[in-house]
Design a protein around this ligand. Structure first.
Ligand code: SAH
Length: 451
């Protein structure tokens, strides 16, 4: 086998994160994508002793696991890679993937409570960030998601299973409206053009909707007619916020140079487990509201009785977890990097009449050691790269009896748990929560205790 060879094989094992490992003769084939049992054609990218990295070119035969009818964009859209597998089977696969990662690090001897499915496996997303572009070069304007493995080709995903009809109506009417206006979309290659993103957010428990149209400042277009068009749509939710964000940043990310309110207010409300949260256009909020309620309930169960305890909520975002704990706790301290989120967290705590919460802006790695009070319980919910080694040292240094680790990436989770083990913390219980049905992602909640 050598580079650029075209090979055919049957996909064997799906690893966490959407990669697969298959055996071809005495060689291990590593590939991005694929479902166990599929027969695929692939191009060899790199050969090492006993291993090869390949790029999938074509699915020759479906897997017997694929018995569910996917949406019309499946295999073209880069979104839901396992939508063709029935939901119960998806859960089984994810549960095993997480368990395998624990065993690989010699982490065993704990109570494994399996995986909890999302309350909804479709229509569960409360936020979509769509991009303007075209599907084929110089074709009509599209707005939607990137085609699988492509940076510039955009599909108007009007048949997406992850969002409700309000999202679809806003998406298709926006595509039609701007197609008629013949405005250019923004091209990342030369940084020229106007239309960049369309962000739609919904308060699932409050039925409030936000539409945020993101453009460059290169054209001075009057958005009044667009706003009127949106307000005339027949939507289930209340459209309480229509925003126009000017973004001249060079990176392919939504940032804000200027925010113009076209209609209503610049935030929506959401409720979680009876608590109120205001969501601003750029702040992080769990994208599956009903799933988040389950995740936080799970975390609360893992904590058990926390009455009169001092709790640290590290990587606190808008302070959701801390506030869920604050009802019973004596005091909650949160640390979060993004200043805007910290302001929102402190405001939300006031809104919920919680006077025992203090959210602080800072990097956990640098700031946590400065907290003066001794915690009885520490909760960490880091982003995908996990907790920095120095932060693990400082967190363990507080000597609290219990730590709850909520993770969106089990690969870094298990490495961090090994590190915590070096400081005397043993894994007591583990449970997975599927916040992202039909995609390869999964959330994991772990309780570790000081031995
Ligand atoms: N616990 C929150 C947010 C979890 S997402 C919730 O459930 O909603 C992870 C958060 O960590 C993000 O808000 C991100 O901004 C923050 N973050 C990333 N790196 C950080 C660091 N080094 N120090 C503090 N916060 C960080």
């Amino acid at each position: 086998m050598k580079k650029k060879d075209i090979i055919e094989f049957e996909v064997d094992k799906m690893e966490f994160g959407g990669t697969t490992v298959s055996q071809l003769g005495n060689r291990e084939i590593h590939m991005k994508g694929g479902i166990s049992g599929q027969k695929v054609k692939a191009a060899v990218k790199k050969v090492r002793s006993g291993k090869a990295d390949v790029k999938m070119l074509e699915i020759l035969e479906k897997s017997t696991l694929e018995t569910q009818t996917p949406c019309k964009h499946f295999n073209e859209c880069g979104g839901c890679t396992i939508l063709s597998i029935p939901y119960e089977k998806q859960l089984e696969i994810k549960e095993k993937q997480v368990m395998d990662l624990f065993l690989k690090q010699d982490l065993f001897g704990f109570q494994f409570q399996g995986i909890q499915g999302s309350p909804q496996d479709k229509l569960y997303r409360n936020k979509m960030e769509y991009t303007f572009g075209d599907e084929v070069k110089d074709g009509p304007l599209t707005v939607g998601l990137h085609k699988k493995g492509r940076h510039i080709d955009i599909l108007t995903v009007d048949g997406c299973f992850l969002v409700d009809q309000d999202f679809v109506k806003v998406l298709t009417s926006t595509a039609n409206y701007f197609n008629e206006k013949e405005l250019p979309y923004y091209r990342g290659i030369n940084h020229k053009g106007y239309l960049r993103n369309l962000v739609v957010r919904k308060g699932v428990n409050t039925n409030e909707l936000m539409v945020n149209i993101v453009t460059s400042s290169q054209i001075d277009f009057d958005m009044t007619e667009y706003k009127e068009m949106l307000l005339e749509l027949d939507l289930e939710a209340d459209l309480v916020s229509i925003l126009h964000t000017i973004n001249d940043g060079l990176a392919d990310a939504v940032q804000c140079d200027e925010l113009r309110i076209l209609h209503g207010r610049d935030y929506i409300n959401e409720e979680l487990l009876g608590l109120k949260f205001t969501i601003s256009p750029f702040s992080f909020f769990q994208t599956n509201t009903k799933g988040a309620e389950m995740l936080y309930t799970m975390a609360r169960e893992f904590v058990g009785d926390h009455s009169d305890k001092v709790v640290f909520d590290l990587y606190s975002g808008t302070g959701t977890i801390g506030q869920v704990m604050a009802g019973a706790a004596k005091k909650v301290y949160g640390i979060e990097l993004i200043e805007e989120a910290v302001v929102a967290a402190n405001n939300n705590a006031k809104l919920n009449n919680l006077n025992n919460c203090e959210f602080i802006a800072g990097d956990v790695t640098k700031t946590v050691k400065n907290l003066k009070e001794k915690p009885d319980l520490i909760i960490v919910d880091p982003p995908r790269p996990g907790v920095h080694k120095d932060a693990i040292r400082d967190i363990a240094g507080f000597n609290s009896n219990e730590i709850i680790y909520i993770s969106c990436n089990p690969k870094t989770l298990v490495l961090d748990l090994v590190e915590f083990k070096n400081y005397g913390y043993e894994v007591e219980k583990v449970k997975c929560m599927d916040m992202f049905p039909n995609t390869p992602h999964v959330e994991t909640v772990v309780k570790i205790v000081k031995k």
